[in-house]
Design a protein around this ligand. Structure first.
Ligand code: FES
Length: 168
């Protein structure tokens, strides 16, 4: 990573925006990259604006990679006010826009954010299916880490983790 990008990533992760679970989210999506082990979960909440359903706010939880955290932070700000179909169209380089061009070895970090966003916004997923896990008593719903430690292959439909395909 070049020095300028390193500095921009460092600045972005010093004060990342919209980190954490969103208990009142309308949908949630989780993706993982099997190559580097990084995982990212995004929550989205909609609102009505001028007769359209637009993204009111978004948040994320991430493991590890600083570039993915920096891109996710930027992306959760960028998509505010957009419709789901507009946000789904955003390319990795648009999501990471403020950081400038990412080196080839870091492009998949932005693709991870794009994958989590698409998963959360996916029209195939009903809001009900995508609802964050219900709270049990006073316990918070599982965090990304809790979910992962339960096993990545959980297949009861509540946890939707999609591993991104590596591109050639
Ligand atoms: Fe894999 Fe960043 S190093 S997501």
């Amino acid at each position: 990573m070049n020095k300028e990008l390193e500095k921009k990533v460092a600045d972005a992760i010093q004060d990342p925006k919209n980190v954490g679970e969103m208990p009142d989210a309308d949908s949630v999506g989780t993706v993982g990259n099997s190559e580097c082990g990084e995982m990212l979960r995004m929550w989205v909440k909609y609102k009505e604006q001028d007769g359209e359903k637009v993204i009111d706010k978004a948040s994320f939880q991430s493991f590890g990679c600083e570039t993915a955290i920096a891109v996710a932070s930027l992306a959760t700000e960028l998509i505010k006010g957009k419709t789901a179909s507009e946000a789904i169209e955003l390319k990795p380089e648009e999501l990471s826009g403020e950081l400038g061009p990412l080196p080839p070895m870091k492009i998949h970090c932005a693709e991870l954010v794009q994958g989590a966003l698409r998963s959360a916004l996916s029209p195939q997923s009903t809001e009900q299916e995508n609802k964050p896990p219900a709270k049990l008593g006073n316990e918070l719903s599982p965090t990304l880490q809790d979910s992962l430690s339960e096993g990545q292959s959980k297949s009861d439909g509540k946890l939707k983790i999609r591993f991104l395909e590596e591109e050639d």
